[in-house]
Write a protein that binds this ligand. Structure first.
Ligand code: ACO
Length: 429
């Protein structure tokens, strides 16, 4: 039974009227905070598929309609007309910047892109073959030790400075990790380059000759960064917020977000897609891969297919799909893996198993192919995702720190262990 502002829920003898919270757009939410006190019951929602964890004004997704808005702006408009840094400003501040605001923001990001020289000591502690995501988690965690003491978290300007530092330094750390793994010397950020070009320069410049930066590569990377910049309360962003709810410093929060992103069910999927395409190898092997993915006993899933929220085409995948062909054409790349990818996409979209479960290619299905075309090594793919998602993570952290409703995140559980029992001495067990 419900009226427009409340829902009545019965648990045993007790009925409780719970308020309904209405978002700007999207599903109404029943506020269950009073439920345990009034009924003695908790709620169970495995994987948080039906539970909102916070109020947020940053990103809106309608998974059934395939809609993604950053601060109200449709992703396709931002992808076509904006830049990653402008999108980062939008996510952090809520509005698009004026020309003056953008110049100031971009100048701050540029000035904070250099790393303290002592970071080199951290990198050099890693084994030569360390995974760059492991290095990124460690390096960002260590950043807390450089900036923790002079941060006053009660001061909004200081919080903003931490967010700027993170956004500015993550690409520098990422490139440093890559260079270490291939034995190249560190490359300092160039202030005369824009965000994505500066990153590509730090990745690929060698001391012996100047790098010819490709504008097509920089544009493609910028677009990928826009598409990955935020995605509301996904696993890594929720991790950032959970850690942030304890009052931990922002570098620790973002390091935790990077760790959550690493898993193959989340950001690690782009790396897994490329590995899977390599294993399939040839278009004629596609059908057997599809058959294996449908067989639950095999434990194999098609990487880059399906999404927790999108039960329609991922709007980012639509944009990136077009971009993939354009980039490969413009860079003159004829990649046999693309043929495998296109055959796989076509076959899965026609197959009843995938159609019935609404398993469409997600953004990571295509992003790996573009990264490969840009010469980004496979193990760096999830790091690329982390660079872009830092814009979202810091925006959510800032929003959370400003929110007077924020309290420490502390879920309940359904206890399934032994009930209370007496200790038995070791000689009687
Ligand atoms: N291949 C084959 N079957 C799949 C796939 C897949 N990629 N994804 C889901 N299914 C099947 C499941 O076996 C299940 O089948 P059933 O109903 O017969 O039991 C059904 O589809 C629903 O799957 P769930 O796991 O319940 O869906 P959920 O929403 O929990 O998972 C997820 C979403 C994790 C993304 C899943 O689709 C998956 O593992 N995909 C591959 C990994 C991937 O691409 N991850 C990237 C996500 S996007 C991102 O993080 C940017």
């Amino acid at each position: 039974m419900s009226d427009s502002n409340s829902v009545t829920l019965s648990a045993g003898e007790t009925s409780v009227s719970l308020p309904v919270i209405r978002p700007t757009v999207g599903n109404d939410c029943i506020d269950i905070a009073r439920l345990p006190k009034e009924t003695g019951c908790f709620t169970y929602d495995n994987g948080f598929t039906a539970t909102a964890s916070c109020r947020s004004a940053i990103t809106y997704i309608d998974g059934d309609e395939g809609v993604l808005l950053y601060r109200g702006y449709p992703i396709d408009q931002l992808a076509e007309k904006s830049s990653f840094l402008e999108v980062a400003y939008l996510l952090m501040h809520g509005e698009l910047p004026s020309a003056g605001e953008f110049e100031q923001f971009s100048g701050q990001i540029t000035r904070h892109s250099m790393l303290n020289e002592k970071f080199k000591n951290f990198v050099e502690g890693f084994r030569y073959d360390a995974h760059p995501m492991a290095m990124l988690v460690g390096m960002l965690g260590s950043m807390a030790s450089f900036y923790h003491n002079d941060l006053d978290y009660d001061d909004p300007e200081q919080r903003r400075l931490a967010a700027i530092r993170l956004l500015a330094k993550v690409p520098t750390v990422a490139a440093l990790c890559h260079r270490y793994s291939i034995g190249w010397p560190a490359c300092h950020p160039r202030n005369n380059l824009e965000y994505t070009s500066r990153f590509l320069h730090m990745m690929f410049e060698v001391p012996s000759e100047p790098l010819q930066l490709s504008p097509v590569a920089a544009k493609a990377l910028d677009l990928l960064f826009i598409l990955h910049a935020d995605h509301e309360q996904n696993a890594s962003t929720s991790t950032v917020r959970l850690v942030g709810s304890t009052g931990a410093n922002p570098y620790a929060c973002i390091a935790a977000g990077v760790a959550a992103l690493w898993g193959p069910a989340h950001g690690g999927a782009n790396e897994a897609v490329l590995k899977m395409l390599g294993e399939i190898g040839r278009p004629e092997n596609v059908q057997s891969a599809i058959d294996r993915a449908k067989d639950k006993e095999s434990g194999f899933r098609l990487m880059g297919f399906g999404h927790r929220v999108y039960k329609n085409f991922d709007p980012r995948a639509t944009i990136i799909r077009e971009m993939t062909h354009k980039v490969l054409d413009e860079l003159g790349i004829d990649d046999p893996l693309l043929d495998v990818a296109m055959r796989l996409e076509e076959a899965a979209l026609k197959d009843d198993y995938f159609v019935q479960r609404k398993l469409y290619p997600n953004v990571d299905f295509y992003s790996g192919i573009i990264y490969k075309a840009l010469n980004i090594p496979t193990e760096m793919f999830t790091v690329m995702f982390a660079i872009a998602r830092t814009a979202g993570w810091v925006s959510h952290w800032l929003e959370q720190q400003n929110d007077p409703e924020t309290k420490i995140g502390r879920p309940r559980q359904i206890y399934t262990g032994a009930a209370s029992r007496d200790y038995v001495a070791i000689d009687r067990r």
